[in-house]
Design a protein around this ligand. Structure first.
Ligand code: ADE
Length: 242
């Protein structure tokens, strides 16, 4: 996958692409990226990219130009363009999966009060919100979205790691433990040391249901639960009551 990012603060993004799993994906050639500082397209003396809003109000709005010139140079009309914004469609694991199947994406990192609507209307395909809160800059939400999608591309991480994690089958993940067996008077649950795969799987399923029920009950309502899980859930509810 190739990713183009348009940003006024490119240094905020560099560390993300040059560390950890993303750095390895870039090295392997699974992901390529280019960060463009669109201020370089501004032709006025102050290289300004924003201006006051028509109709009044607080803050500044990112102007049509120079951003549109940068987008034209990237052939954005023929590519999928993502604009992270608090007023976009809510980002989910399913949305990340859909984007991970693309070969080519452009991200626009917004700032201030947002973008002139005409740029959005002309170039943007996806306006995405990463949650019901407002961040100071689009670089943060852009890296969140890219992080969620690039790890789903074949060859980035093992398919085993993807299989058991939160949301992959509609529930939150079970708790994990590693060595040592005893830490600050707390021990690893006996079942995980038993070597009994079926009992471990049942224990993990109970913990997933319990975690989802306590932290995100609305996720549980949407999840498809087979008969075993429904029985386990009833058992858990009975235990919490008692
Ligand atoms: N930019 C600022 N806040 C945001 C949010 N919640 N989601 C996506 N982009 C944003």
């Amino acid at each position: 996958m190739h990713i183009d990012i348009l940003s006024l603060f490119p240094k905020m993004l560099e560390g993300f692409f040059t560390n950890s799993i993303m750095a390895r994906a870039v090295e392997k050639g699974v992901v390529s990226y280019r960060i463009t500082d669109w201020r370089s397209y501004a032709t006025d003396r102050h290289h300004s990219c924003d201006d006051v809003p028509y109709g009044g109000g607080a803050g500044m709005v990112l102007k049509c130009e120079p951003l549109s010139k940068a987008l034209e140079d990237l052939d954005a009309r023929n590519r999928r363009v993502v604009f992270p914004t608090p007023s976009g469609r809510l980002f989910t694991q399913a949305y990340a999966q859909e984007l991970s199947r693309e070969k080519d994406l452009i991200f626009i990192c917004g700032h201030y009060e947002g973008l002139d609507q005409r740029v959005i209307d002309t170039y943007v395909d996806d306006e995405i919100s990463i949650g019901d809160y407002v961040l100071s800059c689009g670089e943060t939400s852009t890296t969140v979205i890219i992080d969620a999608l690039f790890r789903l591309i074949d060859g980035v991480i093992s398919s085993d790691s993807l299989q058991d994690e939160s949301f992959s089958d509609g529930l939150l993940e079970y708790p994990q433990y590693t060595r040592p067996e005893s830490y600050c008077t707390k021990s690893v649950p006996d079942v995980l040391l038993s070597g009994h795969h079926e009992r471990i799987a049942t224990w993990r399923d109970f913990r997933m249901l319990e975690k989802t029920m306590l932290s995100r009950p609305e996720v549980l309502v949407r999840a498809s639960l087979d008969q075993d899980r429904r029985r386990r859930l009833i058992e858990l509810i009975e235990r919490t009551k008692g």
